[in-house]
Design a protein around this ligand. Structure first.
Ligand code: GAR
Length: 215
């Protein structure tokens, strides 16, 4: 079994898409072994419990400084012994030690077409507010590996979503989730779990299914 740990901060709709993907067989031979949240009230943790998945909270509030919190977060990940860490709306700057230890084994979903509307300060609804303020006609979502920068790692998958004239940040956020995020995040995990994704010279290579396997 391929083991994944999912890190969350909010409502957990992307976590739900992963849970459903595992249940329905779109993601094969994979187990969500632990969900880690930084916020006790995150509904995502409740979703995990309802699905029978271990849910733990590691909140910065419970530690005297950032260093102690970082150690606790790393320990919470290590205990789960994951093959892959999925950041599904996790709004915490990852400890450098975690990024180093799990190089090319951490992925993130970002609600824009990177390199647009990404980096420090671009998260959640703010991304969609910025896209509407700029007047783009197309936006979307990106799944990428996590490196030391903010939203700078190798891109695994992207999906475009058309902006409508009547869109508000909220309607655009919802459509980007429905049409892009909830699809490309489970798809990326399925490909990685199947051993079809590699990183070469900073770029992602995806091995496509061959005809024999499709039979
Ligand atoms: C998602 O839209 C995700 O792309 C975004 O937070 C939301 C979490 O929703 N992540 C970022 O902005 C990361 N920079 P969810 O809790 O319902 O999955």
């Amino acid at each position: 079994m391929f083991r994944i740990a999912v890190c969350v901060s909010g409502g957990g709709t992307n976590l739900q898409a992963i849970i459903d993907g595992v249940r329905q067989g779109a993601i094969q031979d994979t187990e969500i072994v632990r969900v880690i949240g930084n916020n006790r009230n995150a509904y995502a943790l409740e979703r995990a419990r309802q699905a029978g998945i271990e849910a733990v909270c590691v909140s910065p509030r419970d530690y005297e400084d950032r260093e102690r919190f970082n150690e606790a977060l790393l320990a919470a990940v290590d205990e789960a012994a994951p093959d892959l860490i999925v950041l599904a709306g996790f709004l915490v700057v990852l400890p450098p030690a975690l990024i180093q230890k799990y190089e090319n084994r951490i992925i993130n979903i970002h609600p824009s077409l990177i390199p647009s509307f990404c980096g420090t300060g671009y998260y959640g609804l703010k991304v969609h507010e910025a896209a509407l303020a700029r007047g783009v006609k197309v936006t979307g979502a990106t799944v990428h590996f996590v490196d030391r920068g903010t939203d700078t790692g190798p891109i695994i998958m992207q999906k475009a979503v058309a902006v409508r004239p009547e869109d508000t940040p909220e309607t655009l956020q919802r459509r980007v989730m429905e049409e892009a995020e909830w699809k490309i995040l489970p798809e990326s995990i399925a490909l990685i779990a199947a051993g079809r994704v590699s990183v070469e010279d900073g770029h992602v290579k995806i091995v496509t299914e061959n005809a024999d396997e499709k039979k």
